[in-house]
Design a protein around this ligand. Structure first.
Ligand SMILES: [Zn+2]
Length: 448
């Protein structure tokens, strides 16, 4: 039966057109309905409306109005009209009781599957060591790789599932998860299989990314091209053969993979039909943006270093229909490592679109709530609350090329959303930092 959600004082992120994402000044706009309703059929939005109008078939809007009138005629909202027997119901009615409602968050960049927290490095950094120094000493990603190689698949899955449950409880209903703590064929495949198990176990959309080129293993330190060969010639074909990845990713930066090595990997992936996303410009102006755009990558993530040259290249990538390398900022990493924030304000002012993600991982961003990322984007990057909301919903969906499915409340899109008791939610969620504003989370119209 169709579900009709009512008792919504404000519904944010509504759109008449599915598949929208926002650039430049348009990023400020967040459309909403007051005293709204949302109709869901088979997990998909069949219509939505409020005082300002409706999106969907006119016949449905009429039916909803008549139904609501008949249901509540001469009664209060607490005591529906008893003439409706269960079998006469045109809709299963879900009265949310006066909440505000937002589209579920899209986290387009996470490292959710990992074996062990890295709180020792957290303490070392407080003592003055840099992320690069810790990485050079065999800590950092290589530390995670050692722990991961030693842990079995069931244990990894159990830990990851617990974290994912927490993410959902904080409003995230679409998540991308990367491999990259394996760094051997066997361990990378183990990570990707864990992600596949998560996909089967959870109703949310989970996208999987092969990040074999996340760091150079110690034994390849002096011959990193050989490790690139291993990624291209051995790991990639196996990952593709088992259908384990939706995207490929490369950490292109100083001390990691060069633009030339990145280019080789992205071209090899493209040849087997795997779209790419990259870690770019976290540690300097190191050529990541150029190689990403040249290869038609779906997104370039990090961008703590991004000048007007890089911004021009990124903006120009959006010239053609369906194209564009989405810049993705990761303010959780900047906060946690004490490095500069991506110049998100300047990017939007330069007419660019921008997405934000958690980068949730044990070494550089142990932050799984996109509500926290939203707040950091506002206070530290000077994004307006509405801009940051678009950056963690529709624009993040675009970074995954899922903008026709998630990231907005529009006809034909998935009924993934959450409710909150925080009035004027798009301003108060990033304002009251440090607690979970989600009241209930729905995936495909079902309460989680
Ligand atoms: Zn990352």
């Amino acid at each position: 039966m169709r579900k009709l959600f009512v008792g919504i004082s404000k519904m944010w992120g509504v759109s008449g057109v599915p598949g929208e994402f926002k650039m430049g000044a348009a990023m400020q706009s967040v459309n909403s309905f007051s005293n709204a309703w949302l109709c869901v059929e088979e997990g998909v939005i069949a219509g939505l409306g409020g005082e300002e109008g409706f999106f969907g078939p006119e016949s449905l809007a009429l039916e909803v109005n008549q139904f609501m009138e008949s249901l509540y005629v001469g009664r209060t909202i607490e005591t529906p009209n008893p003439i409706h027997a269960e079998s006469d119901m045109q809709f299963e009615i879900v009265d949310l009781g006066g909440v505000e409602l937002l589209p579920g968050f899209v986290d387009s960049h996470t490292h959710l599957v990992f074996a062990a927290p890295r709180w020792k490095e957290f303490v070392m950094r407080i003592g003055g060591e840099s992320y690069e120094t810790i990485a050079a000493a065999g800590g950092g990603i290589l530390n995670s790789a050692n722990a991961l190689q030693a842990m079995d698949e069931d244990a990894l899955f159990g830990q990851a599932a617990t974290r994912l449950q927490l993410m959902i409880a904080h409003g995230t209903t679409t998540v991308e998860i990367k491999s990259g703590y394996g760094l051997t064929m066997e361990a990378e495949l183990k990570m990707l299989r864990v992600i596949r198990r998560l996909k089967l176990a959870f109703p949310i959309i989970i996208q999987s990314t092969f990040l074999g080129a996340h760091a150079i293993p110690l034994e390849y330190k002096e011959q990193s091209d050989l490790y690139v060969d291993l990624v291209i010639n051995e790991m990639l074909p196996q990952v593709v053969a088992e259908g384990l990845a939706d995207y490929i990713d490369v950490f292109c930066d100083r001390g990691f993979f060069s633009p030339a090595q990145t280019d080789r990997i992205l071209k090899a992936a493209k040849a087997v039909g795997l779209p790419s996303k990259i870690h770019a410009n976290e540690l300097g102006l190191t050529g990541g943006v150029e190689v990403a755009v040249a290869n038609g990558s779906l997104s370039a993530d990090h961008l703590e270093y991004c000048g007007s040259h890089e911004m021009d290249i990124l903006r120009n990538s959006f010239g053609s229909e369906g194209g564009g390398t989405m810049p993705v900022a990761l303010p959780g990493t900047s906060y946690f490592l004490g490095i500069p924030y991506a110049p998100g304000r300047a990017m939007i002012d330069a007419g660019l679109p921008l997405a934000l993600a958690s980068d949730f991982n044990p070494g550089s961003s142990p932050i799984l709530s996109l509500q926290t990322i939203w707040a950091l984007a506002c206070t530290q990057m000077k994004l307006l609350p509405g801009e940051a909301l678009n950056a963690i919903t529709c624009n993040a969906a675009r970074a995954l090329r899922l903008e026709n499915n998630v990231g907005m409340l529009a006809l034909g899109m998935r009924a993934d959303f959450f409710t909150t008791d925080s009035p004027n939610a798009i301003n108060t969620i990033p304002y009251f930092l440090g607690y979970n504003h989600c009241k209930q989370v729905f995936v495909l119209g079902n309460l989680q």
